[in-house]
Design a protein. Structure first.
Length: 134
């Protein structure tokens, strides 16, 4: 089911196509996306049940991840949701390839995941894709 979830996460990349049509600032776009995301998460939490509050240390680490996500989200919003910032069909995939590199290297370094030949080839190919799109 991990592969299915990963494929369905592609919906994440649809929001710039939708919100750019609104022609509003990147800050209002970010606010709208966060509110919409919160609404979806609230419905999901209500249906699946909210687990108990985690220990402080675990929650603190998760909050650091949230801050990193927020910073990345603001830059992503600035690049793909702002009319005039560039082509969303070029900037969105570049951002996605950057995600591939960060998670590909991060999984190996932070969690000791194996660096397979296929994974290495993908990581080496990523800058080529960015260059071709740019």
């Amino acid at each position: 089911s991990g592969l299915l979830y990963a494929m369905l996460s592609g919906f994440f990349y649809a929001w710039p196509l939708i919100t750019r049509r609104a022609r509003i600032s990147e800050i209002w776009t970010a606010v709208a996306v966060v509110v919409g995301t919160t609404a979806v998460m609230a419905v999901w939490a209500r249906q699946s049940g909210v687990p108990p509050v985690p220990p402080f240390w675990g929650l603190s680490i998760a909050l650091l991840g949230g801050i990193a996500n927020g910073v990345g989200f603001l830059f992503y919003t600035k690049s793909v949701a702002t009319v005039g910032a560039g082509e969303v069909s070029r900037l969105g995939p570049i951002s996605a390839i950057t995600l591939v590199v960060v998670l590909g290297i991060g999984g190996v370094v932070a969690y000791g995941e194996p660096l397979t030949t296929k994974k290495l080839a993908g990581l080496i190919g990523a800058p080529i894709v960015i260059w071709l799109l740019n």
